[in-house]
Ligand binder design. Structure first.
Ligand code: ADP
Ligand code: MG
Length: 478
């Protein structure tokens, strides 16, 4: 980048800092923290300024409420800016390598300039600027400033992974190599990896940490092959002290990339550098990964994060609400923790939605009614995820019969009633049509219709049956 361009970008960053301070004064701290603080500065070309927004929902909000204002203030400060774009760029996308070029942070190029608070604020050396000669792109991706150990809520389901991550972050000597973290989606793997990186950097800013997704590793490697520049690719890893590769399951079936990764991995381990890996499965269960790599991945410490339990979800909600400066009634957090159990990202998304809604209506009080209303669509889509197989399994188990019996032609009452209840619940809890439900029970749609009507009558007439249905529904909805 030329000296002139650098100066131009530096001044844009300074202006953004000033704009943020001005907006904070105008809209107040709470609204600012919720909506404007998460914005980050993207690229600036030909008078078009790109600003990155973490979610689509937030983008819509910012567009309707703040974009005109931002544009006006900016125009005044810098007449060269003709328009301001808001581009969705989640960390997730970034890490998966779906890199949106409009959102390449200006800071990657100017890591020493004073930074406004809401651009990813890398500490010196935090963004690894080792440039790949033929492409001029950095290897590592920026770390999320809020993914720290302090912001990680520890519970029974993640305490082991947390302890392992903490140990790796705090140890001067390599203790387990590699540290392999695995779990289902949205349970905190990426958060813990970033937390390790922040911690190490704080202790020792000179350590060279590279954090990237497996997809990005792959993408870079394939590009290097195309440019016949694998030597430069390898060179980038030479000075790495800590290598973190997120979501290695994406290397499944990609043999050449795996081979390269295997070599990179081995040479770093031999030199005593720390490696941290994450995946959605344990090393042994990874699909499409060569046996020798699997065994290498599993030879350090393997720590899994289990699905969250109710207490942890409550803890996370309280923590998050506090960070956002919002008081969350106990009933609301219990409702959310019960309804949204699959992953924390969704739990956080729901919380943000409620807060946004309350702020839209001039800080209207957050109540259970309002929560149920605002999340109607979202909760319905969760319900849809309940499958007929699951319903059959749960109902059969509950009435102590087998799924086979449930699907059989037997008409004995002790089998027929549970079958009808399962059909009824399938109609209520999934979006499947009557014929689709029928097929799962080896029946036609009129039988299903009859079952649904029958159970509707029975829940009114027989309280004990209503109780069974209610218990089952609750179990299936969690
Ligand atoms: P994964 O990488 O396992 O898919 P992430 O690390 O991206 O999951 O986590 C998803 C979201 O949930 C992030 O916003 C993260 O901050 C949050 N999160 C996950 N676990 C916790 C936790 N224990 N405490 C606080 N936030 C958490
Ligand atoms: Mg992740």
């Amino acid at each position: 980048m030329s000296e002139k361009e650098l100066t131009k970008e530096k001044s844009v960053i300074e202006q953004w800092g000033q704009i943020c301070s001005q907006l904070k004064n105008e809209v107040g701290e709470t609204a600012y923290d919720s909506w404007l603080k998460p914005l980050t500065l993207g690229s600036f070309n030909d008078g078009i300024m790109n600003i990155c927004v973490p979610t689509r929902f937030m983008r819509n909000w910012v567009l309707t409420h703040y974009s005109d204002r931002i544009h006006k203030i900016w125009e005044k400060k810098n007449p060269k800016i003709r328009s301001v774009n808001f581009v969705v760029q989640t960390m997730q996308e970034d890490m998966k390598g779906l890199y949106n070029p409009s959102c390449r942070s200006l800071l990657k190029k100017i890591s020493t300039s004073p930074t406004p608070h809401n651009v990813y604020k890398p500490q010196e050396g935090m963004i690894v600027t080792s440039e790949f000669s033929s492409q001029n792109e950095s290897l590592s991706v920026p770390l999320n400033p809020s993914y720290t150990f302090d912001n990680f809520v520890v519970g029974k389901t993640n305490e082991f992974a947390y302890a392992a991550a903490k140990k790796v972050a705090e140890s001067r000597n390599v203790s387990f190599n590699p540290l392999f973290l695995y779990s289902g989606v949205g349970l905190g793997k990426t958060h813990l990896m970033h937390a390790i990186a922040w911690h190490i950097k704080q202790q020792d800013p000179n350590r060279n940490i590279v954090y990237l997704s497996a997809e990005k590793f792959m993408y870079k490697f394939v590009k290097a092959l195309r440019y016949k520049d694998t030597a430069a690719f390898k060179e980038q890893f030479r000075s790495v002290d800590v290598l973190m590769v997120d979501d290695v399951q994406f290397m499944g079936g990609k043999d050449t990339t795996q081979e390269e990764f295997f070599h990179t991995f081995n040479s770093l381990i031999e030199e005593g550098r720390q490696i941290i890996i994450s995946a959605d499965k344990s090393p042994a269960d990874l699909e499409g990964i060569e046996t020798r790599l699997k065994s290498r991945l599993g030879c350090g410490l393997v720590a899994d994060i289990h699905p969250t339990d109710f207490d942890l979800r409550i803890g996370i909600l309280e923590n998050k609400a506090k960070q956002l400066g919002v008081e969350l009634p106990q009933k609301v957090s219990e409702f959310l923790a019960q309804k949204i159990s699959s992953n924390i990202r969704e739990l956080e998304g729901a919380l943000r939605r409620i807060i946004a809604h309350s702020q839209l209506l001039s800080n209207k009080e957050i109540t259970l009614d309002m929560t149920q209303d605002v999340l109607k669509d979202m909760l319905r889509s969760f319900d849809r995820r309940t499958t007929i197989d699951e319903i059959q399994r749960k109902v059969a188990e509950h009435f102590n019969i087998s799924v086979k019996e449930m699907q059989s032609s037997r008409r004995a009452r002790n089998v027929a009633r549970p079958r009808q209840i399962a059909m009824y619940l399938a109609k209520q809890l999934t979006s499947r049509s009557l014929p689709e439900i029928g097929r799962k029970f080896d029946r036609d749609h009129t039988t299903v219709m009859h079952a649904v009507r029958k159970v509707e009558e029975l829940v009114i007439e027989e309280p004990s049956l209503a109780e069974h249905v209610d218990t089952l529904r609750r179990q299936l909805e969690i």
